[in-house]
Design a protein around this ligand. Structure first.
Ligand code: ADP
Length: 164
């Protein structure tokens, strides 16, 4: 059976924190579907197509050499429904700290009630990327800071183009 995991988030933009979780997941699954949550009411920094392209540019080659199929989709509905639509049996989430754990346990519990066929898998983030959040990356870039320690190269270039 093909192991398919659904990894939901906003990825606005992809950070080294997301990359760390995805690289770990390449050892566990045959296919990873990255679900970019899009909400009409929220104006993102990068549009869906840009976010998807930055994910492919940053991780496409690594996924391919690991023998993993990487897909990027948009979703607006419940993450468990989007996971099912993409034939995933696993919901993948990264854990940075105890705050993430408390929130993620609630989500996993409620998602498990709504969709017992989709199991949540938590992966712990590597120590060097634990503090990274996409929100802080956006703020640093807006104020002219160097985001290169926090994001893959294609994302840094795209942020340079947006703000300089
Ligand atoms: P974002 O808005 O940054 O995409 P979300 O809060 O939507 O983040 O989270 C998407 C997933 O990525 C979650 O499972 C979250 O725990 C994980 N994640 C985000 N940043 C990191 C990080 N620095 N280390 C590990 N996991 C992370």
């Amino acid at each position: 059976m093909k192991r398919i995991a659904f990894y939901p988030g906003s990825f606005d933009p992809l950070t080294n924190g997301h990359v760390d979780i995805l690289q770990q997941s390449f050892a566990l699954f045959d296919e990873i579907v990255i679900g970019i949550g899009v909400q009409a009411s929220k104006k993102p920094l990068f549009e869906f197509d840009e976010r998807a392209e930055l994910i492919r540019a940053s991780l496409g080659d690594v996924a391919q050499s690991s023998g993993v199929t990487l897909k990027v989709v948009a979703f607006q509905n419940l993450a468990v429904d989007a996971a099912r639509e993409n034939h995933a049996t696993v919901m993948l989430r990264g854990l940075r700290d105890g705050t993430d754990l408390d929130y993620e346990m609630q989500m996993a519990g409620m998602n498990g009630t709504m969709a017992p066929d989709v199991k949540t898998v938590f992966l712990p983030s590597s120590p060097q990327v634990r503090p990274i959040t996409a929100t802080l990356v956006r703020q640093i870039a807006k104020m002219g800071g160097d985001v290169s320690p926090f994001v893959p190269n294609p994302v840094r270039q795209a942020m340079d183009e947006k703000f300089n």
